[in-house]
Design a binder for this molecule. Sequence first.
Ligand SMILES: Cc1cc2nc3c(=O)[nH]c(=O)nc-3n(C[C@H](O)[C@H](O)[C@H](O)COP(=O)(O)OP(=O)(O)OC[C@H]3O[C@@H](n4cnc5c(N)ncnc54)[C@H](O)[C@@H]3O)c2cc1C
Ligand SMILES: NC(=O)c1ccc[n+]([C@@H]2O[C@H](COP(=O)([O-])OP(=O)(O)OC[C@H]3O[C@@H](n4cnc5c(N)ncnc54)[C@H](O)[C@@H]3O)[C@@H](O)[C@H]2O)c1
Length: 490
Amino acid sequence: MPTHRRPAAGDGRARKNAHMTQHDLIVIGAGMAGLAAAEKCASRGWQVAVVDDQPYGGTCALRGCDPKKILRRAAEVVESARLMAGRGVGVRGGGPGDGGSDVEGGGDAGGLAIDWADLVAYKRGFTDPAPARMEANLTRLGIRTLHGVARFVGADALDIDGERHTAAHILVATGAVPRPLDFPGHEHVLDSTGFMELATLPERILFLGGGFVSFEFAHVAVRAGSRTVIIDRHPRPLKQFDPDLVERLVASGARAGVEVWRSSTISRIERIGTELRVTVETDGVPREVAADLVVHGAGRIPDLARLDLGAAGVAYDTHGVTVTEHLQSTTNPAVWAAGDAAASPGLPLTPVAVVEAKVAASNMLKGDRAELYATPDHTGTPAGVFSIPELVRVGLLEHEAHDAGIDVDVRLTDTSGWYSSYRIGGTTSAVKVLVDRATDRVIGAHLLGPDYAELANTFALAIKVGLTRRQLAAAPALYPTLGSDLSSML
Ligand SMILES: Cc1cc2nc3c(=O)[nH]c(=O)nc-3n(C[C@H](O)[C@H](O)[C@H](O)COP(=O)(O)OP(=O)(O)OC[C@H]3O[C@@H](n4cnc5c(N)ncnc54)[C@H](O)[C@@H]3O)c2cc1C
Ligand SMILES: NC(=O)c1ccc[n+]([C@@H]2O[C@H](COP(=O)([O-])OP(=O)(O)OC[C@H]3O[C@@H](n4cnc5c(N)ncnc54)[C@H](O)[C@@H]3O)[C@@H](O)[C@H]2O)c1
C-alpha cells in the first residue's frame, strides 16, 4: 500500500519548486463532480488544479442532461400541439403535417414539425459557450485548469501529456463512457453524443438497449418524424422503474410510434451502401432488419481505462474506483473518487455526482481526522426518464418495500381522467404512492405524466425528511397547478 503524508486539516498549502507545483488537490475530470469538488476545496484556500482532455463541463452540461432536454423541448411542443389539435389549436394556413396522428386521442397539429438542423443549432447555442464560461469561473476562483489525458505514474503523481504533476490528494471524477460492444459491425453504432450532433435525423432508427438513453431519444426522434424501435435484451425494459407505469409508458409510446422489442439483442450489423443490415435476435431467433441508424443505449461504464490505476495501487472494478463509504480509495489514501467513476452505492446521475463530490471534498479538507468524515446520503434522490410523458421514481419500488418487510399501502391511481389531463388534451398519466402503514411515512413515489417530474421534487423532499402521508396531503398548494393534484394522489 502506498504511504505518504497527506496534509492535516488546515495545512493545505501547496509546496512549489522550480520544476513543478505540488498541488493540494488535482481533480481528474471537469464534469459536475470534478467542478463541485474543485470549487469547494479552492474556496478553503487549497491549491487546486483540474484536468480534462475534453472541453470543460463534462457529460451532463455538454453531452447529456442539458442538451438532451433542449432537444426534448421541441418534441414536447409538437406533442402538446397534437394533443390540443381539434381542441382549439392548429397552425394558421398549414396543411396536414404527417397525415394525422392519433397520439393519445389528439389530432394532427396542422403542419407543425421539428426542424432537426435548427434544433441542434439551438442546442449548440447553449453548449458551445459553456466550456469557456466554466473555465473562466475556475480561473477566477484561483483554480489551475489543465488540458490533456491524465494517467497515474505513482501513488500521488500524474502524467498529463508528458508533464509530471503531483498532489497530496487526487480526485478521480472521470465519469462514464458507453459500454464497449463486441458484435461484428459494432463500429456502425452511434453513441449518445453522436446522436445529439446529427445534422439530419434519418427515417429508420434502432436503439440498442431499453434504458434511459433509448427511451429519451426514441421519444424525441419519433416526434421528429423517424420510425423508432427500442431493442432490449430483457422481457421488461426500464427495470429500475415501477413495472405498472413502465407498461403504460410502453403502450403510449407504441401509439406514438415507438416500438419496443423485448428479449432481443443485435448480433451483427453490416453496412450495404447507405443502409444498415441489422441482425436482431429475439429469444435467440435471428432476423434481418434494415435501418438507417443504430444508436447505443446499452449502458455506460466508468471511464477508467486511460488512468493506469495500477501505477498508483488504486483498486477498481467494473463499477468504478473501489471506495470506502466516505469515498476514499480503499488501497491508496491519496486517491478519492466521486460521480460515475466511483463504485459507490449512488446511481450514475448528476445530483448523485454533485453530492458525492461535495462529501469527498469535505472529507479531504478534514485531513487525517477520519472520525469526522461524512458519507453521502442519497435518500429520496429522484431518477427520471425524460420520455414523453416522463417516468419518475423516488424512494422504494413496491417489491423493494415488500423485500424489506415493510407493511406497505400501495396506491395506484390512473390520473388520465383528471382535470389536469383534460386541460392539456388528455394523455397517459398515472401515479403509484407507497406508504409505510406502521409510520404513515411516504417511502416511494412513482409518477408517469407530463411535467410530473416537477412533482417528484416534492416527493423527494417528503421522503428525505420523513414526512407522513397526512403531513404531505395537508400542505397547501397553489390552485390550479399540478402540485394541487398531489393531495388527491395520496
Ligand atoms: C445522454 C445522457 C443523458 C443524461 N441525462 C441525465 C439527466 O437528465 N439527469 C441526470 O441526473 N443524469 C443524466 N445523465 C447522467 C449524468 O450525465 C452523469 O451522471 C453525470 O454527468 C456524471 O458526472 P461526472 O462528473 O461523474 O462525470 P462527467 O460529467 O462524465 O465528467 C467526467 C469528465 O472526465 C473527463 N475524463 C475522463 N477520463 C479522463 C482522463 N484520463 N484525463 C482527463 N480527463 C478525463 C471526461 O472528458 C469528462 O469531461 C445523462 C447521461 C447521458 C449520457
Ligand atoms: N434522465 C437521466 O437521468 C438519464 C438519461 C440518460 C442516461 N442516464 C444515465 O446514463 C446511464 C446509461 O444510460 P443507458 O440508457 O445507456 O443505460 P441503462 O443502464 O439505463 O439501460 C441499458 C439497457 O440496455 C440493455 N442492454 C444492455 N446490453 C444490451 C444488449 N447487448 N442488447 C440489448 N439490450 C441490452 C439493458 O438490459 C438495459 O435495459 C444510465 O444508467 C443513467 O444513469 C441518465
